[in-house]
Design a protein. Structure first.
Lengths: 242, 187
């Protein structure tokens, strides 16, 4: 195989085991081959960097858009009184809607609920041990929450980790078993385990779903006064409730 | 195992879709910022880390290191992000809690083992190559990108339909490499 072919196969990730041996030997014995390889490898790094730089610029532009939208939102809130007084009838009908129907709990819940992503248990195909924890998280990620719960329940004591309870509660929440979810979140808070702030947040959402304004307010206050997690969302929710 | 939507997004990303790029960025941004709050880093740093994690994730998709998803996109981003936070804290000599340590070790061992994480600074020669590469014509940049960034074979490139046959691709590549070398030598 020519030097050129070997390099081509290396950079297209198509060298087989035998070819890799030849490749490594030639790298040691052939100075010209080594120089060519280094040139192409440097080029590869340079192109990768060029792509990374361009992508980072793009992401910064996304970020700038998001910040602009956030500032705009804040400004809109600030101008609300003026806007409302100009479009008075709109303000009046909004007031009417709220006086007749009060807080729309279901839409508040829907607008704020999203399940917590699996940030604790990375699932790889190469895992050799198919543990109950792995099965639980695979089911969780696939949206099969009943199955996730069944597997969370049978994780042997020695493999139990504090974060598992939080995800089990998430799964209960997804299948609409608010009572179980509530028990677990309360337990996490009482034990001061992992995901305490997050548990307050989800307890507040459960209370909203149950139209329990007092409990929702309590949980949201605990969250905003003691933690940073979802602080601005919690503050917004508190305003909506009152 | 991963929902169908995510596989579609992965394919869109591979095709270079800007829409998918933005969607994934926006969908995970707030979650990541919330999650990173527990490490008490300034928000600007967290956003910067999120972007770096995103770049690494994207590079691994484009170079073929991630062919299919074995976890959700969020999990990949969070795992890389955690690694970068850990790295940053280590560099700042901050103390790292036991809870934190545990999850890092897990990530390091599993999800990230096939990943290329280190984005090293370029050497002088590589920087020179980068400069001259970006001065090449669009067609050369695209072709070399396919060979060296995407790791495409000549057959893969042919399938994209921009070239008539393999020999045309080979000679186009030779011409681009020759131009690049000439520009470097005349530097």
């Amino acid at each position: 195989m020519t030097n050129e072919d070997l390099l081509y196969r290396y950079f297209s990730n198509s060298l087989n085991e035998d070819e890799l041996i030849v490749f490594n030997k030639r790298l040691e014995s052939d100075a010209k081959f080594k120089a060519d390889f280094e040139f192409e490898n440097n080029l590869k790094q340079a192109i990768k960097k060029e792509n990374s730089n361009k992508l980072k610029e793009k992401l910064k532009a996304f970020e700038a858009d998001i910040s602009t939208t956030e500032t705009f939102k804040k400004k809109s809130k600030f101008n609300w009184r003026i806007a409302a007084s100009i479009v008075f009838f709109l303000g009046a009908s909004w007031f009417g809607y709220n006086s007749f129907f009060g807080v729309n709990y279901n839409s508040l819940y829907d607008a704020n609920f999203s399940n917590y992503p699996n940030t604790e248990f990375p699932i790889t195909r190469s895992d050799t041990i198919d543990s109950f924890e792995r099965k639980a998280f695979v089911a969780y990620e696939a949206g099969d929450f009943d199955n996730a719960i069944s597997n969370f329940k049978i994780i042997p004591i020695e493999e139990q980790k504090p974060y598992q309870a939080f995800y089990k509660a998430q799964a209960y929440l997804e299948i609409g078993n608010l009572k179980e979810a509530k028990n677990i979140f309360n337990n996490i808070i009482n034990k001061n385990s992992t995901f305490v702030a997050e548990s307050h947040w989800y307890l507040a959402l459960i209370a909203i779903k149950e139209k329990n304004k007092i409990e929702a307010t309590k949980q949201l206050r605990m969250l905003t006064e003691n933690f940073n997690y979802n602080k601005s969302k919690a503050e917004a929710l508190l305003k909506e409730l009152h | 195992m991963i929902n169908q939507q995510e596989h579609i997004i992965l394919e869109d990303l591979k095709q270079g879709s800007d829409k998918a790029l933005r969607k994934v960025y926006e969908e995970n941004r707030d979650k990541f910022i919330n999650f990173a709050r527990r490490y008490n880093l300034p928000q600007d740093d967290v956003v910067d880390i999120y972007q770096d994690a995103y770049v690494i994730f994207y590079n691994n998709i484009m170079s073929g290191k991630i062919e299919t998803l074995t976890s959700s996109i969020s999990t990949y981003l969070f795992s890389v992000g955690k690694y970068l936070i850990f790295d940053k804290m280590k560099k700042n000599n901050k103390k790292v809690g036991s809870n934190f340590d545990l999850s890092i070790v897990r990530d390091d061992d599993k999800l990230l083992e096939t990943f290329e994480i280190e984005e090293q600074a370029l050497t002088h020669e590589q920087e020179l190559l980068r400069k001259h590469f970006s001065s090449l014509g669009k067609q050369c940049q695209e072709l070399l990108n396919l060979f060296y960034y995407r790791g495409f074979t000549i057959k893969d490139i042919l399938e994209q339909g921009n070239y008539n046959n393999e020999n045309v691709i080979k000679s186009a590549k030779s011409r681009c490499m020759k131009t690049l070398k000439e520009r470097i030598n005349s530097n």
